[in-house]
Design a protein around this ligand. Structure first.
Ligand SMILES: O=P(O)(O)O[C@H]1O[C@H](CO)[C@@H](O)[C@H]1O
Ligand SMILES: O=c1cc[nH]c(=O)[nH]1
Length: 239
């Protein structure tokens, strides 16, 4: 284990438990707001990663970029080169159903995708079902209940394109029970399974596809406290 191609950490500088926002500045905000003794272990490509402690538990927070090609690079290197065992994505998402409101928290039990990455992986022969770690999901649900924080649990859609020519497919997905759209969860669940690690995706609704309501880029970087606290308390519950 050692420096990897896209993460500049030395062996042992990354904790086995990692929070994963897409936005590297959200990683910095999480580290500065929540972690004790936070140290930046990588600024390669400005995709910041930090390690510190939360309630005495060692935890890292690593930016992963937008979309599955970028995020898969960070997930893969964390799993293969740094021994990450628990990966919790903390992302933003667009709500596909009126059941969700802006700033609601979603735990993704499963992730459908239009990405070709798993089609290539399985020779186009199998529609692999990327799912959350049941153990982590159960812990996150318990943590949210303890905090009396409402959390929606259900399927999400991991899209390749943020700007889509097929908004009609969002309605089709919603009709089949999919709550929200984001861009990384399917790759996270697939790679965690491949490396026999555990993963969960927590999301905060930053946009509402149905109503057009949305949060600012500043809010996407520096708010979402409820989701981050559920993620960190899940890490502690799992330690
Ligand atoms: O806020 P993050 O974690 O980046 O997540 C969502 O936001 C980005 C698109 O704006 C995509 O990465 C999507 O998955
Ligand atoms: O992928 C995403 C993330 C936030 N909002 C969206 O509409 N899509």
């Amino acid at each position: 284990m050692g420096m990897s191609t896209h993460i500049g950490a030395k062996p042992g500088e990354i904790a086995p438990r990692v929070l994963l926002p897409g936005d590297p500045l959200r990683a910095k905000w999480i580290a500065e707001t929540y972690l004790e003794d936070a140290k930046c272990y990588s600024n390669v490509r400005n995709m910041f990663g930090f390690t510190g402690t939360y309630h005495g538990v060692s935890v890292s927070v690593q930016g992963s970029g937008m979309g599955m090609p970028s995020a898969s690079i960070y997930y893969h290197e964390l799993l293969s080169d740094y021994g990450a065992r628990v990966l919790i994505r903390v992302g933003s998402c667009g709500a596909l159903t009126e059941e969700l409101q802006l700033r609601d928290v979603v735990a993704a039990s499963a992730s459908s995708t239009d990405s070709a990455m798993n089609r290539v992986r399985f020779d186009g022969l199998i529609d692999y079902a990327p799912v959350a770690s049941f153990e982590l999901l159960r812990k996150a649900v318990d943590v949210a209940a303890d905090k009396e924080l409402p959390m929606h649990v259900g399927q999400v859609f991991a899209a390749d394109a943020f700007y889509t020519d097929r908004p009609d497919l969002f309605d089709r997905l919603a009709a089949y029970g999919v709550l929200a759209v984001e861009m990384e969860s399917a790759a996270l669940y697939t790679l965690a399974a491949r490396f026999r690690a555990r993963a969960l995706t927590l999301l905060t609704v930053s946009d509402h596809i149905k109503t057009g309501a949305s949060t600012s880029s500043h809010e996407r970087e520096q708010t979402f406290a409820h989701m981050v606290e559920v993620a960190l308390d899940t890490v502690v519950a799992d330690a």
